[in-house]
Design a protein around this ligand. Structure first.
Ligand code: FAD
Length: 376
């Protein structure tokens, strides 16, 4: 069978895969993007995107505000026992559903000349200095470069026996869109025992309610509704939000086995981007920013490699690992620490009292889990 050959094959068409595909195709690089699902599609995500990636998105030719994204500049935090703190976001962000954002980036990628195929990659091997990629429907492709942008958890992680996949992860995520009252310019994080729920608006005036909890907190209740009533509603802001709004989904979307373990930015010579390279705790609201930023780091180096400014694959891999760690290691550590502290039910209210007394700490902590606006 004749195998189609590409300069770059990107596995996974979420934010990391799509932005990288657009960037590379702008430099006339022959890119194939393989995504297992069709567009548009809802994903479990808080859908608050940090402004640090706005200049880069604009550089790629994407302006989220053309599609109704909401500008967000205010932040509110409540504890499970109803203590509240408010702050201005140092950099701010925007609210846009993944349904719309991924779809619009996909359309841009197509217009840019990216070849997109809907299929699931089942195997990737590296031989004779090229990648051999096989899909579920038995398509076979080869490429000089493979980018792994297949998200937080994929069958490919099992295939590559990545270390994090062997460890059980206790986190699950639930998301629903509702209609009701909530300020357009605010993102709220409402804590409850065993988790927290993000609230912010997206493009069509729907409100995103997205929470993450651990399985131990959840398993004592027979279903999502009971869990929400018994646990989330102890926080009166959440009770208010859920009870005074109308669901826009037939039922909430859920995902499980969310892992925040360390991963490698290079795996079997593949350049890993987005959650495939490492996932920051959603409490920090910056996973999408990191996915897009890592796509930029990868794309710039891949261009240099294909233009022979980077001479060897070893050098490419070394530079990407170094740049990735420089950009993200610190914020991942801070994210883990913050999530750990807020998980301690006895400690969270005390932390909040401290933050209320020392309000300058809030923007400082947020800044530590975010990058500076991307320079183009
Ligand atoms: C509960 C929760 C709330 C969150 N809230 C926020 C927030 O408010 N702000 C924020 O910035 N971040 C948030 N995040 C994090 C954010 O969702 C992720 O960091 C972001 O989606 C990562 O993008 P990605 O492109 O790496 O992965 P994804 O968007 O997951 O894309 C990966 C793609 O790969 C595809 N794929 C997987 N396997 C294969 C295969 N074998 N073959 C082909 N395709 C494949 C999948 O279908 C998917 O489309 C949240 C995460 C969770 C869990």
């Amino acid at each position: 069978m004749q195998q189609q050959h590409f300069d770059v094959i990107i596995i996974g068409g979420g934010l990391a895969g799509l932005t990288s595909a657009i960037h590379l195709s702008q430099r006339n690089i022959r890119v194939l993007l393989i995504e297992k699902n069709s567009y548009p599609k809802h994903k479990v995500c808080g859908e608050y995107v940090s402004n640090e990636v706005l200049p880069y998105l604009n550089f790629l030719g994407f302006n989220p505000f053309e599609f109704g994204a909401k500008k967000i500049s205010k932040f509110e935090l409540t504890t499970h026992n109803n203590k509240k703190i408010e702050a201005e976001l140092p950099l701010g962000g925007f609210g846009m559903s993944r349904y719309e954002m991924d779809f619009q980036l996909y359309q841009l990628a197509i217009r840019q000349g990216v070849l997109v195929t809907q299929d699931s990659v089942v195997d990737v091997t590296f031989e004779d200095d090229q990648f051999h990629i096989q899909t579920k429907s038995n398509q076979r492709f080869t490429s000089k470069i493979a980018v792994g942008a297949f998200g937080k958890r994929s069958s490919l992680d099992v295939k590559f026996q990545r270390r994090f996949i062997a460890k059980k992860s206790p986190y699950l995520g639930v998301k629903i869109h509702v209609s009701g009252n909530f300020p357009e310019d605010k993102v709220a994080l409402h804590n409850f025992k065993g988790g927290y729920c993000g609230v912010s608006k997206v493009e069509n005036n729907h409100i995103n309610l997205c929470y993450i909890t651990n399985y131990d907190a959840f398993k004592r209740y027979k279903d999502i509704e009971t869990f929400q009533e018994e646990v989330l509603f102890k926080n009166s802001a959440l009770k208010n939000m859920f009870q005074k709004s109308n669901p826009e989904f037939v039922k909430p979307l859920t995902i499980s086995q969310i892992s925040f373990e360390t991963k490698n930015p290079i795996e079997n010579h593949m350049i890993m981007c987005g959650d495939s390279a490492g996932m920051i705790h959603p409490l920090c609201g910056n996973g999408m920013g990191m996915a897009i930023r890592s796509a930029q780091l990868a794309s710039e180096l891949i261009i240099d490699y294909l233009q022979k400014k980077i001479k060897t694959r070893v050098e490419l891999e070394r530079k990407y690992s170094k740049n990735w760690n420089k950009a993200f290691s610190f914020r991942l550590k801070v994210g883990r620490t913050i999530a750990y502290l807020f998980r301690q039910d006895w400690l969270a209210p005390k932390l909040l009292v401290t933050l209320r007394k020392l309000p300058f700490l809030v923007p400082l902590i947020i800044t530590m889990t975010h990058g500076k606006p991307i320079e183009i």
